[in-house]
Design a protein. Structure first.
Length: 339
C-alpha cells in the first residue's frame, strides 16, 4: 500500500482510543452471531492445541481486545479438547499504526500470546495455512489508494457521485477486496473462519450516515476555498480512499475468488441506530479520530484542523440528515469458511 492513514494514536482528546465507541457498538451488534457461527461451523479438525487468531486493521484502543476475547470464548465452547487451548493472537495494522499505545493497553489478565504484525492487509501477512480465525471490523472500507483518473468537482467521495466516479470507486474496491481475499485464502486453514464487518450501503442508495459526514466535509472545504484558505483545485483533486460497498459487490468478489463459502451475509442498521438517531457532534468527533490523517496529508494539518473545527457548526443540519436516514441499513456482516 503506497499510502497509510492510520487512526489517530495516543490517548488525547481526538485519539481513536477515546473516540471509538460507535465502532464498539457495531462489533457488539454481531457478537452473539460470531459466537453462534464459531460453535456451529468451525471445523474441529482445524483446532489443535494452538489456535491462531488474526485481527486485521486492529488500530488502537480496547475494541480489538473485546473482539479477540469473544472469539476465544467461542472456540473454547466449541472445542472438545481435554487439554487447555493455547491462543496466539496477531494484531495487524499499517506500520504507521500506534502499536506502542496498543500494546501498552493490553489486558493484564489476557489468556493469549500477543504479537503485532505491521503491513497492509491487501497483501500476504502470515505463512500459509497458519490462521484459524480471521476478523476485521470497520477497516475494509479503506481502499489501498483513491480511485485514479477521475475528478469529482467539489465532491470528495463516491456514493451518489457521477457514474464514472462511482464506477472508479467500485472498481478499486473490487481489486482491493480481491487482493485481500487472495491473501487470506493462502493463510487461513481449511475449515477456518473469517468474520468481516464494514460500513456499507443498500443497492441504489445515494447516501448513508458516513457519507452525510463526507458531504459536509466537502461543503466545509468549499467554504474554506471561498475564504481563500484552500484552493478549489485541491478539493477537486481529492477523493477519499473509502468505499461504501453493497452486498452485491462483496458477493461478487468472494465468488470470483472461489476459496470461501459464504455462511452468512446481511445488511443491517447496526446497534448504534436501533433506538435513536445518532448524535452529530459525537459522530464528528469519532470521524476525526479516524480521518484526520488522510485530510492532513492532502490539505495540510492547518486546513484539516479548520475543516474539522468548522464542520461542527453544521451539526444541527447533519442531525436532520441522520433523522431522515434512520431506517437505512448501513452495516454489512459477512461470515466465510475456508473451503
Amino acid at each position: 500500500m503506497g499510502e497509510s492513514f492510520p487512526m489517530k494514536g495516543g490517548d488525547g482528546a481526538h485519539s481513536y482510543a477515546k473516540n471509538s465507541q460507535y465502532q464498539k457498538e457495531a462489533s457488539d451488534s454481531v457478537k452473539e452471531m460470531i459466537r453462534e457461527v464459531v460453535v456451529e461451523k468451525l471445523d474441529t479438525e482445524s483446532i489443535s492445541s494452538r489456535v491462531t487468531i488474526a485481527d486485521l486493521g486492529c488500530s488502537v484502543g480496547p475494541n480489538t481486545f473485546f473482539a479477540v476475547e469473544n472469539l476465544m470464548e467461542a472456540v473454547e465452547t466449541k472445542s472438545c479438547s481435554k487439554n487447555k487451548l493455547e491462543f496466539q493472537v496477531f494484531f495487524n495494522d499499517h506500520s504507521a499504526n500506534d502499536f506502542n499505545t496498543l500494546f501498552a493497553s493490553l489486558p493484564a489478565d489476557r489468556q493469549y500470546h500477543a504479537a503485532g504484525v505491521p503491513g497492509s492487509f491487501h497483501g500476504r501477512l502470515f505463512p500459509r495455512n497458519s490462521i484459524t480465525l480471521a476478523h476485521s471490523s470497520y477497516a475494509l472500507q479503506w481502499l489501498s489508494k483513491p480511485p485514479q483518473g477521475v475528478r469529482n468537482e467539489g465532491r470528495i467521495h463516491g456514493l451518489g457521485a457521477p457514474e464514472e466516479v462511482g464506477r472508479a470507486y467500485s472498481d478499486q474496491f473490487e481489486k482491493d477486496l480481491g487482493d485481500f481475499m487472495s491473501a487470506r485464502a493462502e493463510e487461513i486453514v481449511s475449515g477456518g473462519l473469517m468474520f468481516l464487518l464494514i460500513p456499507a450501503a443498500p443497492e441504489g442508495v445515494s447516501q448513508t450516515d458516513p457519507t452525510v459526514i463526507f458531504d459536509f466535509y466537502g461543503y466545509t472545504l468549499m467554504d474554506l476555498a471561498k475564504e481563500g484558505v484552500v484552493e478549489k483545485s485541491a478539493i477537486d483533486a481529492f477523493n477519499l480512499p473509502i468505499h461504501m460497498a453493497t452486498i452485491g459487490e462483496m458477493r461478487k468478489v468472494v465468488e470470483k475468488n472461489g476459496s470461501f463459502s459464504i455462511e452468512r451475509i446481511e445488511l443491517s442498521k447496526g446497534k448504534a441506530r436501533n433506538e435513536e438517531a445518532l448524535d452529530a457532534a459525537n459522530v464528528l468527533a469519532h470521524m476525526r479520530a479516524g480521518m484526520e490523517g488522510v485530510f492532513s496529508a492532502h490539505f495540510g494539518a492547518s486546513v484539516a484542523d479548520k475543516m474539522f473545527t468548522n464542520v461542527l457548526r453544521k451539526a444541527p443540519q447533519i442531525s436532520e440528515c441522520f433523522q431522515a436516514l434512520h431506517n437505512t441499513p448501513n452495516q454489512l456482516f459477512l461470515v466465510l469458511t475456508r473451503k
